[in-house]
Every structure is written in C-alpha cells, then in structure tokens.
Design a binder for this molecule. Structure first.
Ligand SMILES: C[S@@+](CC[C@H](N)C(=O)[O-])C[C@H]1O[C@@H](n2cnc3c(N)ncnc32)[C@H](O)[C@@H]1O
Length: 230
C-alpha cells in the first residue's frame, strides 16, 4: 500500500508498537499501510457509515490482513473497549467533529498514550479542547496535497498552559519550529483576516469595531512571525 503525502505524514506520527485505532477509516489505507510496514501489530479500523465500513472490509480482505485489522461499524470511540488501543488516529474530519469524538469516549481515552489528528477545519477549536482536557501537543506539521494545506498533530497525555488564543488558532508547534509551510499557512490566514476586515469596515457597530481591532492585532502577530521565519 502506497500512501499519498497527507496519509504518509499521518503514518509518520504513529509510534511503532501499540495497537492503533483508526476512527473514520473509510478506505482503510492507513491501517493496511501500518500493518504491512510492521509499524503496528494490529489495527482496529472503525467507521460510522455502512458504505465506508464495507469498503474497508473489502480492502482488508483483498490484502489478506483480516487477522490483523479488525473493521468495526460505529460512532467515534464507541466501537472500542477501554484499554484495547494505545494510539488513536482521527483524520480527514472537521476539528469540531474530532473534538466531539474524543470528548465522547473518556473511558477509552484514559488508556490511550498517543493521539494522531488531522482536522480538515477548525484546528484551533480542537487544540483548545486538547490543552483543556489533559493533552499536550507534542508535534505538528503542515503537508500540502493537491493545493490544500493539511495540519497534522500528535498529542500525548499531559498539561501545558497555552493561554494565547492566536497561537492555538495557528498552531504553537508550527510557529515554534517555523514549519517549512508556515509562511504559506500564515499568508492564507492573513488573506482571510483581510477579507473579514474589508467586510467589517462597512459596519459602524461597536461589535464590528471590536472585531476589527482584534483582527488588526492578529495581523500584526502574523507579520511578526513572518519576519522571524523568512
Ligand atoms: C473524509 S473520510 C477520511 C478517511 C480517512 N480517515 C482519511 O483521512 O483519509 C471521513 C470518514 O469518517 C467517517 N466518519 C465521520 N464521522 C464519524 C464518526 N463520528 N465516527 C466514525 N467515523 C466517522 C466517514 O464515514 C468517512 O468514512
């Protein structure tokens, strides 16, 4: 099984050894890769919907891996029994869906040593949930595929105070180590702030003024980081 850049970057964050649960597995490419490469002894691959569940079952059986990849149908962490998986991967869903999945399974998460997450949007909301709920962001990276930038994060149990909401929005580990794609990531965020600022300029309400001020401060933060990382 060959993986494209996004899935390969997710696989690179999976620690070798423990049983992995891949939540929302769809085509089961990641579990097949992890087992074929000997990174994981066993994977529990789950999906909420019947069609991806069937497609995962088919792919696993075509690769002759049904003894090492168990495909289960169900919502979020519900198909898992506490203690079964040491690593949980949730990729290719919105950040708020990932947050709800994690929040919905505290007993399963209690035995998990590593989370590997790839939100399609709302990464800031997901980071906020992680740091508020006993997870430390260990690593983050950006991957570009088909013109899209994807954020991949690894978290471990632990506490870390990140009180700066802007850092949580942008990615504290990406900023710290000037990720190679950080400039592109920040340029995109900057364009979005500027678009919103243009819309706000048409309003005279106090709420719009407050929001515009907040965005101007954030734009300055982006300029500072761009100057440091260029
Ligand atoms: C876009 S695919 C991502 C597939 C794969 N994880 C990847 O990154 O390439 C999202 C998958 O998540 C599944 N899904 C969505 N919500 C889910 C939930 N609450 N629990 C389990 N699976 C879910 C969908 O059925 C779909 O197969």
């Amino acid at each position: 099984m060959e993986l494209t850049g996004r899935l390969a970057a997710i696989a690179a964050y999976v620690p070798a050894g423990p049983v992995v649960a891949d939540i929302g597995t769809d085509h089961a490419r990641l579990p097949i890769y992890l087992v074929e490469k000997g990174i994981c002894p066993r994977v529990l691959a789950t999906d909420l919907h019947e069609k991806p569940f069937q497609s995962a079952c088919r792919a696993v059986s075509e690769h002759g891996l049904a003894d090492r990849i168990e495909v289960r149908l169900g919502d979020g962490l519900r198909p898992l029994v506490p203690g079964e998986a040491g690593v949980v991967v949730v990729a290719g869903m919105g950040g708020n869906t990932i947050r709800r999945i994690l929040a919905g399974g505290p007993a399963v998460l209690a035995g998990v040593k590593s989370l590997v997450l790839q939100p399609m949007a709302d990464a800031g909301d997901l980071r906020r949930w992680l740091v508020d709920n006993g997870w430390r962001l260990v690593e983050e990276s950006l991957v570009e595929e088909d013109g899209h930038l994807y954020t991949i994060m690894a978290a471990e149990p632990g506490w870390e105070e990140i009180s700066d909401p802007w850092l949580l929005e942008v990615g504290p580990r990406l900023v710290e180590r000037c990720d190679p794609l950080l400039l592109k990531h920040l340029e995109r965020i900057k364009s979005e702030y500027q678009r919103v600022l243009c819309c706000l300029a048409r309003s005279r309400s106090q709420a719009a003024e407050r929001k515009a001020l907040d965005l101007t401060v954030k734009l300055n933060r982006i300029r500072e980081v761009l100057a440091r990382c260029r």
